[in-house]
Design a protein around this ligand. Sequence first.
Ligand code: GLA
Ligand code: ZN
Length: 674
Amino acid sequence: MQNRFVPHMLHGCDYNPDQWLDRPDILAEDIAYMKEAGVNCVSLGIFAWAALEPAEGTYDFGWLGNIIENLHQNGILTILATPSGARPAWMAKRYPEVLRVGPDLVRNEMGDRHNHCYTSPVYREKIYAISRKLSETFGGHPGVILWHLSNEYGGECFCPLCQEEFCRWLEKRYKTLDALNDAWWTRFWSHTYTGWEQVDPPLTRGEHCVQGLKIDWMRFVTDRTVDFMAWEKKAVRDGGSDLPVTANFMGFYDGLNYNKFAPFLDIVSWDSYPRWHDGEQSDADIAAHTAASHDLMRSILPDKPFLLMESTPSCTNWMPVSKVKRPGMHMLSSLQAVAHGSDSVQYFQWRKGRGGSEKFHGAVVSHDRRSDTRVFKDVAAVGKRLAGLEALAGSVQRPQAAVIYDRENDWAIKYTAGPRNQGLHYQETVIRHHRALWQLGIGCDMPDMEGDLSRYKLIAVPMLYMQRAGIAEKLRRFVEGGGVLVGTCFSGLVDESDLCFLSDAPHGLTDVFGLRAEEFGGLYDDERNHILWRDRCHAIIEIIELVRLEGTSALAVFENDFYRGEPALCEHRFGKGKAYYIAGGAQQPLLSELYATLADDLGLERALDAGQDGLPEGVTAQVRYKDGQAFIIAQNYNQAPARVALRTPVRDFETGEEVSLLTLAPYGVRVLTH
Ligand code: GLA
Ligand code: ZN
């Protein structure tokens, strides 16, 4: 594999010169400004299909060749896209089958982007032809380092071709209709299918009561999309290029199971758009969410750096309210990605277009064409700093803890009618567990149930509602062998078809937790139960269980209502390890206290040794390792300065200064080492 850029710290952006081909002055200015901003890499051609194939079968790659060569001459690398994210108008008009059909069975018209059918043979033929040609033409260019397959894969298509594929997919999965009917429990409401062609996807006015069907549809959508991506990759390979490939993902976006893409990807990349300064949450809240997203994306291909493929240098234009970044936040949020394992800081977008829906989306260069703006200077500062952090490229995290987030479980929880149809908030729950570790400066992976769990000392499995991939057995072995497990209510209830286990819950784990969960019920939004633990009162939200102890003891009980005195937080020794169970919706303070205790018990490695006091709220750190060296990235998400007294001093990697009292400016970030 010609892995030309790893290890290398990339700094750059989505670059759309195809919007400016009649403006050589702008194109020249781009190069000059890129050098000024310390840009060493751009993503090219993501939405350039119409410019690359202006008429069917007529390719115009000349302009792209000139751009790539010119960038190369100026020391700027190219990540080259396959252009399937948006199709040319001529194609949509001549072959309407390339356009997507909605769940209302209405076909979209030409418009927008990401508006194509992943099954359409015409679309596949066209994308194959152009991608192969791009590969033949540019795959060997010394400036091109990576393939950017399509853009933000996502969405569904309900066209007849996709429906037919869905039926075939089901036949392959279930072999017989009996098996399908059993898995989906179709005798309920007389839904029994007697022919494959009777099965519709979840259409707007169709089936929404068969959860198994809805989950399978999402699995199918994932497989179709993976199949499409593999097809684009094949085109690139058939064109002769063996450069690595990536696809830019979207964090907690739940329309696809990203882990299924892993076998086809060399590098994971993703687009991060945190809602900094959104007025409702603190920046620390948003940072915690973003940290979890980085960890989730990194965990698709663990043990490897990922790439931050897009972020905004200032604001977006698509949030209900789009705020610009306050001073310091651009550097901080950029290095946050690096802290979690990114070998790049890339932006959408280099330059604002004059028209189109993204003309007011943040960009390095605005309509004023100046390089002395606040945003440009912030970007240039990141470029300069990254150049000094080249040594971090290729370094990796080595987390000893994992919080499991499983996309199929997420779908299952969302689709199921149960204790709280106004939201069980699985993602938010997972993020709260993750945040407890993040705040302690402890690195954390976020694998799904298929992940290799043997490497961890601590595993959290919040709301393990669905069990699949032998997870109960894996967790049992993990605890037996000395691991510490944290489980919660609403766990071990259904199998991978969403069929309830006919057993005590959590299925297959009652002896591990030393209890069985007998009943669960919802709490209204403003309703609380409480538990008193170590003299502190903690609110329980959204869901509450009645559990029966079977060999374990309760560390704390519920305080209110008829739940008073019932077990709320339990600890159980099993084999050489321990399992904890929280029988209700826990908020941050309870989780933070629990994980701090467990981290100490287990001696989990913390990025900074801050002693008893720990890190102040909103201050955290992550570590990356390379060749025996640790790179610690300390971050302050507060608008006030922070000070941390360190028991074990460190050295500032950038200045060489010895640090025993760590000071961080408002929104400050420092890179440290031992
Ligand atoms: C996504 C897309 C980009 C751009 C940005 C705007 O990440 O991939 O093309 O639209 O959003 O935030
Ligand atoms: Zn389709």
